[in-house]
Design a protein around this ligand. Sequence first.
Ligand SMILES: C[S@@+](CC[C@H](N)C(=O)[O-])C[C@H]1O[C@@H](n2cnc3c(N)ncnc32)[C@H](O)[C@@H]1O
Length: 275
Amino acid sequence: MTKDNKTIENELVSKLDTVNIANHLNIMNNCEANDAKGAVEMAACISNSPAVPASPSPFYGKAQEYWSQVPATVNGMLGGLGFISAVDIQGSNIFLRELKLAGNKLALDCGAGIGRVSRNLLIPRFDKVDLVEQDTAFAAKAREYCTIGCVHPNRLGEIYNVGLQEFQPPSDKKYDLIWSQWVLGHLTDEDLLAFFQRMRMSLASNAYLVMKENVTSTKNVMKDEEDSSVTRPLQLYERLLTQAGFRIVRKVKQQNFPKELFPVYMIACKPIAPK
Ligand SMILES: C[S@@+](CC[C@H](N)C(=O)[O-])C[C@H]1O[C@@H](n2cnc3c(N)ncnc32)[C@H](O)[C@@H]1O
Protein backbone atom coordinates (compact mmCIF):
# COMPACT_ATOMS: atom_id res chain seq x y z
CA MET A 1 0.00 0.00 0.00
CA THR A 2 1.44 3.43 -0.88
CA LYS A 3 1.73 6.21 1.66
CA ASP A 4 -0.93 8.17 -0.22
CA ASN A 5 -3.36 5.31 -0.12
CA LYS A 6 -2.75 4.82 3.60
CA THR A 7 -3.51 8.47 4.22
CA ILE A 8 -6.71 8.23 2.22
CA GLU A 9 -7.69 5.07 4.08
CA ASN A 10 -7.21 6.72 7.47
CA GLU A 11 -9.31 9.68 6.40
CA LEU A 12 -12.06 7.42 5.10
CA VAL A 13 -12.18 5.25 8.22
CA SER A 14 -12.31 8.25 10.53
CA LYS A 15 -15.16 9.82 8.56
CA LEU A 16 -17.29 6.68 8.42
CA ASP A 17 -19.68 7.23 11.30
CA THR A 18 -20.19 10.93 10.77
CA VAL A 19 -20.48 11.87 7.13
CA ASN A 20 -23.12 11.02 4.53
CA ILE A 21 -21.77 11.16 1.00
CA ALA A 22 -22.54 9.41 -2.26
CA ASN A 23 -20.38 6.34 -2.70
CA HIS A 24 -19.42 4.11 -5.56
CA LEU A 25 -17.40 0.91 -6.21
CA ASN A 26 -16.51 -0.03 -9.84
CA ILE A 27 -14.88 2.82 -11.71
CA MET A 28 -17.54 4.12 -14.05
CA ASN A 29 -15.41 4.60 -17.11
CA ASN A 30 -14.75 0.86 -17.31
CA CYS A 31 -18.36 0.53 -18.35
CA GLU A 32 -20.37 1.23 -21.44
CA ALA A 33 -22.48 4.34 -21.85
CA ASN A 34 -25.93 3.94 -20.35
CA ASP A 35 -28.38 5.52 -22.72
CA ALA A 36 -31.86 4.03 -22.50
CA LYS A 37 -31.68 1.98 -25.70
CA GLY A 38 -28.28 0.56 -24.83
CA ALA A 39 -29.51 -0.36 -21.39
CA VAL A 40 -32.48 -2.27 -22.75
CA GLU A 41 -30.12 -4.15 -25.04
CA MET A 42 -27.76 -4.90 -22.18
CA ALA A 43 -30.59 -6.03 -19.92
CA ALA A 44 -31.73 -8.40 -22.64
CA CYS A 45 -28.18 -9.53 -23.06
CA ILE A 46 -27.91 -10.76 -19.44
CA SER A 47 -31.24 -12.41 -18.96
CA ASN A 48 -33.05 -14.40 -21.61
CA SER A 49 -31.23 -13.56 -24.81
CA PRO A 50 -29.45 -16.36 -26.70
CA ALA A 51 -26.36 -14.14 -26.38
CA VAL A 52 -26.09 -15.47 -22.82
CA PRO A 53 -27.29 -19.09 -22.79
CA ALA A 54 -27.44 -21.25 -19.67
CA SER A 55 -23.98 -21.97 -18.23
CA PRO A 56 -21.39 -22.97 -19.29
CA SER A 57 -21.35 -19.92 -21.52
CA PRO A 58 -18.98 -17.25 -22.81
CA PHE A 59 -20.40 -14.90 -20.16
CA TYR A 60 -19.06 -17.15 -17.37
CA GLY A 61 -16.01 -18.30 -19.31
CA LYS A 62 -14.82 -14.73 -19.87
CA ALA A 63 -15.22 -13.88 -16.19
CA GLN A 64 -13.27 -16.99 -15.23
CA GLU A 65 -10.51 -16.00 -17.61
CA TYR A 66 -10.49 -12.44 -16.26
CA TRP A 67 -10.21 -13.52 -12.60
CA SER A 68 -7.52 -16.09 -13.40
CA GLN A 69 -5.21 -13.17 -14.32
CA VAL A 70 -5.87 -11.24 -11.09
CA PRO A 71 -3.41 -11.53 -8.18
CA ALA A 72 -4.71 -13.38 -5.11
CA THR A 73 -4.42 -10.32 -2.87
CA VAL A 74 -6.82 -7.88 -1.20
CA ASN A 75 -5.82 -5.32 -3.82
CA GLY A 76 -6.66 -7.84 -6.54
CA MET A 77 -10.08 -8.54 -5.01
CA LEU A 78 -10.85 -4.82 -4.97
CA GLY A 79 -9.70 -3.88 -8.45
CA GLY A 80 -6.60 -2.07 -7.20
CA LEU A 81 -8.51 -0.26 -4.45
CA GLY A 82 -7.28 -2.39 -1.56
CA PHE A 83 -7.23 0.71 0.63
CA ILE A 84 -11.06 0.73 0.80
CA SER A 85 -11.17 -2.67 2.50
CA ALA A 86 -11.13 -1.32 6.06
CA VAL A 87 -13.97 1.13 5.35
CA ASP A 88 -15.93 -1.60 3.61
CA ILE A 89 -15.58 -4.01 6.54
CA GLN A 90 -16.44 -1.27 9.01
CA GLY A 91 -19.64 -0.47 7.10
CA SER A 92 -20.55 -4.17 6.97
CA ASN A 93 -19.90 -4.58 10.69
CA ILE A 94 -22.24 -1.71 11.53
CA PHE A 95 -24.87 -3.19 9.20
CA LEU A 96 -24.67 -6.62 10.85
CA ARG A 97 -24.64 -5.16 14.36
CA GLU A 98 -27.90 -3.36 13.62
CA LEU A 99 -29.48 -6.50 12.13
CA LYS A 100 -29.14 -8.33 15.44
CA LEU A 101 -28.53 -11.83 14.06
CA ALA A 102 -30.38 -14.70 15.73
CA GLY A 103 -27.73 -17.40 15.28
CA ASN A 104 -23.95 -17.46 15.16
CA LYS A 105 -23.12 -21.03 14.24
CA LEU A 106 -22.65 -21.13 10.47
CA ALA A 107 -22.24 -18.49 7.76
CA LEU A 108 -21.64 -18.69 4.02
CA ASP A 109 -19.48 -16.25 2.03
CA CYS A 110 -20.50 -16.25 -1.66
CA GLY A 111 -17.97 -15.21 -4.30
CA ALA A 112 -15.47 -15.16 -1.46
CA GLY A 113 -12.28 -14.57 -3.46
CA ILE A 114 -9.31 -14.99 -1.10
CA GLY A 115 -11.61 -14.76 1.94
CA ARG A 116 -11.26 -11.05 2.70
CA VAL A 117 -14.86 -10.80 3.96
CA SER A 118 -14.68 -14.16 5.74
CA ARG A 119 -11.51 -13.32 7.61
CA ASN A 120 -12.42 -9.79 8.61
CA LEU A 121 -16.20 -9.85 9.00
CA LEU A 122 -17.63 -13.36 9.29
CA ILE A 123 -15.01 -15.45 11.10
CA PRO A 124 -14.99 -13.11 14.13
CA ARG A 125 -18.81 -13.57 14.42
CA PHE A 126 -19.52 -17.19 13.49
CA ASP A 127 -18.33 -20.58 14.78
CA LYS A 128 -17.84 -21.81 11.21
CA VAL A 129 -17.74 -20.06 7.85
CA ASP A 130 -18.09 -21.82 4.48
CA LEU A 131 -16.93 -20.16 1.27
CA VAL A 132 -17.97 -20.46 -2.38
CA GLU A 133 -15.43 -19.28 -4.94
CA GLN A 134 -15.10 -20.24 -8.61
CA ASP A 135 -11.37 -19.52 -9.01
CA THR A 136 -9.08 -22.35 -7.87
CA ALA A 137 -6.11 -20.15 -6.96
CA PHE A 138 -8.30 -17.80 -4.87
CA ALA A 139 -9.90 -20.78 -3.14
CA ALA A 140 -6.45 -22.13 -2.26
CA LYS A 141 -5.33 -18.71 -1.00
CA ALA A 142 -8.51 -18.41 1.08
CA ARG A 143 -7.60 -21.60 2.94
CA GLU A 144 -4.35 -19.94 4.02
CA TYR A 145 -5.76 -16.41 4.53
CA CYS A 146 -8.61 -17.61 6.76
CA THR A 147 -6.39 -19.73 9.01
CA ILE A 148 -2.77 -18.54 9.18
CA GLY A 149 -2.47 -15.44 11.36
CA CYS A 150 -6.24 -15.39 11.74
CA VAL A 151 -7.61 -14.66 15.24
CA HIS A 152 -9.79 -17.80 15.00
CA PRO A 153 -7.76 -20.29 12.91
CA ASN A 154 -10.29 -23.12 13.43
CA ARG A 155 -13.37 -21.40 12.13
CA LEU A 156 -12.90 -21.98 8.43
CA GLY A 157 -15.42 -24.55 7.21
CA GLU A 158 -15.80 -25.91 3.69
CA ILE A 159 -14.50 -24.13 0.61
CA TYR A 160 -16.69 -24.93 -2.40
CA ASN A 161 -14.68 -24.28 -5.57
CA VAL A 162 -17.60 -23.79 -7.95
CA GLY A 163 -19.55 -20.99 -9.63
CA LEU A 164 -22.57 -19.62 -7.76
CA GLN A 165 -24.71 -20.46 -10.80
CA GLU A 166 -24.04 -24.13 -10.05
CA PHE A 167 -23.66 -24.06 -6.30
CA GLN A 168 -26.16 -26.10 -4.31
CA PRO A 169 -25.53 -26.17 -0.55
CA PRO A 170 -25.68 -29.65 1.02
CA SER A 171 -29.25 -30.35 2.13
CA ASP A 172 -28.24 -30.88 5.77
CA LYS A 173 -26.67 -27.40 6.06
CA LYS A 174 -28.65 -24.41 7.29
CA TYR A 175 -26.88 -21.07 7.38
CA ASP A 176 -27.41 -18.36 10.00
CA LEU A 177 -26.17 -15.81 7.47
CA ILE A 178 -25.53 -15.98 3.75
CA TRP A 179 -23.35 -13.06 2.63
CA SER A 180 -22.61 -12.28 -1.01
CA GLN A 181 -20.44 -9.34 -1.97
CA TRP A 182 -19.25 -7.94 -5.26
CA VAL A 183 -20.07 -11.09 -7.20
CA LEU A 184 -23.76 -11.09 -8.19
CA GLY A 185 -23.01 -8.99 -11.27
CA HIS A 186 -21.28 -12.10 -12.58
CA LEU A 187 -24.57 -14.02 -12.76
CA THR A 188 -27.22 -13.71 -15.45
CA ASP A 189 -30.64 -12.56 -14.23
CA GLU A 190 -31.99 -16.06 -14.68
CA ASP A 191 -29.17 -17.70 -12.72
CA LEU A 192 -29.32 -15.00 -10.06
CA LEU A 193 -33.01 -15.65 -9.46
CA ALA A 194 -32.38 -19.39 -9.20
CA PHE A 195 -29.40 -18.73 -6.88
CA PHE A 196 -31.56 -16.59 -4.57
CA GLN A 197 -34.20 -19.34 -4.53
CA ARG A 198 -31.66 -22.04 -3.60
CA MET A 199 -30.15 -19.82 -0.89
CA ARG A 200 -33.60 -19.18 0.58
CA MET A 201 -33.97 -22.92 1.13
CA SER A 202 -30.60 -23.09 2.91
CA LEU A 203 -31.27 -20.49 5.59
CA ALA A 204 -31.82 -21.43 9.23
CA SER A 205 -34.95 -20.04 10.84
CA ASN A 206 -34.70 -16.29 11.45
CA ALA A 207 -31.55 -16.11 9.32
CA TYR A 208 -30.73 -13.49 6.70
CA LEU A 209 -29.38 -13.37 3.21
CA VAL A 210 -27.31 -10.21 2.73
CA MET A 211 -26.09 -8.88 -0.58
CA LYS A 212 -23.58 -6.04 -0.89
CA GLU A 213 -23.23 -4.88 -4.46
CA ASN A 214 -22.55 -1.96 -6.75
CA VAL A 215 -25.67 -0.49 -8.27
CA THR A 216 -26.17 1.96 -11.10
CA SER A 217 -27.34 5.47 -10.28
CA THR A 218 -29.86 5.19 -13.12
CA LYS A 219 -32.50 2.59 -13.98
CA ASN A 220 -30.13 1.00 -16.46
CA VAL A 221 -28.03 -2.15 -16.45
CA MET A 222 -24.40 -1.50 -17.40
CA LYS A 223 -22.17 -4.15 -18.85
CA ASP A 224 -18.44 -4.40 -18.20
CA GLU A 225 -16.87 -6.33 -21.08
CA GLU A 226 -13.50 -6.50 -19.38
CA ASP A 227 -14.51 -8.71 -16.44
CA SER A 228 -17.75 -9.97 -18.01
CA SER A 229 -20.11 -8.61 -15.38
CA VAL A 230 -23.08 -6.29 -15.17
CA THR A 231 -23.99 -3.55 -12.73
CA ARG A 232 -27.72 -3.53 -12.03
CA PRO A 233 -29.99 -0.83 -10.71
CA LEU A 234 -31.11 -1.31 -7.10
CA GLN A 235 -34.72 -1.83 -8.23
CA LEU A 236 -33.73 -4.85 -10.32
CA TYR A 237 -32.02 -6.53 -7.36
CA GLU A 238 -35.07 -5.77 -5.23
CA ARG A 239 -37.39 -7.25 -7.85
CA LEU A 240 -35.33 -10.44 -8.17
CA LEU A 241 -35.18 -10.87 -4.39
CA THR A 242 -38.94 -10.48 -4.13
CA GLN A 243 -39.51 -12.90 -7.01
CA ALA A 244 -37.27 -15.40 -5.22
CA GLY A 245 -39.52 -15.24 -2.16
CA PHE A 246 -37.65 -12.77 0.04
CA ARG A 247 -38.80 -9.69 1.89
CA ILE A 248 -36.30 -6.89 2.33
CA VAL A 249 -35.68 -6.13 5.97
CA ARG A 250 -32.89 -3.57 5.81
CA LYS A 251 -31.25 -1.55 3.04
CA VAL A 252 -28.26 0.72 3.67
CA LYS A 253 -25.92 2.59 1.37
CA GLN A 254 -22.21 2.10 2.15
CA GLN A 255 -20.69 5.35 3.31
CA ASN A 256 -17.33 6.94 2.60
CA PHE A 257 -16.11 5.20 -0.50
CA PRO A 258 -14.29 7.28 -3.13
CA LYS A 259 -16.74 9.41 -5.11
CA GLU A 260 -15.70 7.97 -8.49
CA LEU A 261 -17.21 4.59 -7.68
CA PHE A 262 -20.71 3.22 -8.15
CA PRO A 263 -23.06 3.45 -5.16
CA VAL A 264 -22.80 0.31 -3.03
CA TYR A 265 -25.84 -1.02 -1.15
CA MET A 266 -26.23 -3.64 1.55
CA ILE A 267 -29.59 -5.38 1.52
CA ALA A 268 -30.68 -7.89 4.16
CA CYS A 269 -33.67 -10.10 3.52
CA LYS A 270 -35.63 -12.97 4.99
CA PRO A 271 -37.82 -15.62 3.38
CA ILE A 272 -41.43 -14.44 3.02
CA ALA A 273 -43.13 -17.75 3.78
CA PRO A 274 -42.17 -20.39 6.32
CA LYS A 275 -40.17 -23.13 4.62
C1 LIG B 1 -14.61 -8.39 -6.75
S1 LIG B 1 -14.09 -9.98 -6.19
C2 LIG B 1 -14.86 -9.95 -4.58
C3 LIG B 1 -14.32 -10.98 -3.65
C4 LIG B 1 -14.92 -10.88 -2.24
N1 LIG B 1 -16.35 -11.02 -2.24
C5 LIG B 1 -14.52 -9.59 -1.61
O1 LIG B 1 -15.40 -8.72 -1.43
O2 LIG B 1 -13.36 -9.45 -1.27
C6 LIG B 1 -15.19 -11.03 -7.13
C7 LIG B 1 -15.01 -12.51 -6.82
O3 LIG B 1 -16.11 -13.21 -7.41
C8 LIG B 1 -15.61 -14.39 -7.99
N2 LIG B 1 -16.56 -14.83 -9.00
C9 LIG B 1 -16.74 -14.34 -10.25
N3 LIG B 1 -17.73 -14.99 -10.87
C10 LIG B 1 -18.18 -15.93 -10.00
C11 LIG B 1 -19.18 -16.93 -10.07
N4 LIG B 1 -19.93 -17.10 -11.16
N5 LIG B 1 -19.38 -17.72 -8.99
C12 LIG B 1 -18.63 -17.56 -7.87
N6 LIG B 1 -17.65 -16.63 -7.74
C13 LIG B 1 -17.44 -15.83 -8.81
C14 LIG B 1 -14.26 -13.99 -8.53
O4 LIG B 1 -13.46 -15.12 -8.80
C15 LIG B 1 -13.76 -13.12 -7.40
O5 LIG B 1 -13.14 -13.90 -6.43
